[in-house]
Design a protein. Sequence first.
Length: 399
Amino acid sequence: MSKSRSRTGMLIAVACAFALALTGCSGSSGSDDDGPIKIASIAPMTGPSAVYGETVVATFQHVVDKVNKDGGVEVTGKKRKLKLSVYNDEGKAQGAVAVSHEALDDGNSIILGPFNSGSTSAVQPSMGKSDAAWLLYSATVEGATANPNVFQTAGDQDAANKGLVDYLDAHPDLKRIAVITDQTHTALMGSHDELIKQIKGAGREIVADQAEKLGDTDFNSQVSEVISAKADLYILRANPTEAALITKQMRQLGGTMEIMWVATLTNAQQLKIMGGEDYMTNVTRSSPAYSLDTFVADGNPTAVALNKALGDKAGGYSAFAYDAMMTVIAALEKSDGVDKESLSKALAGLKADELDKTTLNQFTPQAKGLVFKDRRVSVPAITAVWQMGTGWVVVKDTK
């Protein structure tokens, strides 16, 4: 090889590396060959959020294994296998930025995650510049779906807030309201002021407006304030692990008021954290169905089978993770390829009534019956109550 040709090759390589560093994207993602379709999961596999990462990855892998066992997914007339790769961001923003570059450099066509909202916010600037289609199945952040290749299958905070206010409308006896919000959760913080406004607009008094953060374990000061304020309802806008600890410490200190969760662990995980269900009297939940438990309690055959298959790997976000994978498969079956543009077009064209045949949560149809509006779904919040000896059970009538 001549020196000139060698020098040209080196310059091209340097230019490509520089471009990738700027954009965080891979030049080889989405190749349309007969090999496996590469799917990445960015999730916390270590650290405080590992309990979520391990279970959502187990759900993703279960679906991938099942699809592959059945011969793969048909894309443009060819059966293609799926390959899931897991990238551990430790639930941290810095980690998410690093592994997202790695996931894109590895040529993944579809990226699921990041799981945490803080991680998602950190990666958001490079999403639209990348060569992959992204699905946010748990994190809810503002602005990410402005990118034409970023879709959100997680329920947004507007739906969750509406569920809370509807619950208050159905329970006029709940007059004094306390709220605690995870200050590390960007979507919860972003919707905080609007929720407080809506609660006050419903004629209720806010007697405590508190903050906590992911990984906190001692909530005695917040709990004591709520007890002293004689709250009728304590709304826990927190991740499930922290919600379980707050609930336990509230009951240990003698607080008997109703507690409302906005997220949930599985029944088994919750009982493990709390050491039993003795503290779960008068606890309700208003949120989309993140986990499998309410579906299992309702006898949903898909949820029952999935719960059995996952065993102790069934987690607080298994339902959302499953729905995200089924959305990916439905899009692949309709796509003209596995490049970003083809996948984004297929996702945008999915119809709610078709997807509802495979997902657990039933997405509210948007304009023209589509699943997505501005690349976001609408997942209504449901009310559930903790039933002793059973776990979370959907309340058919909240009045």
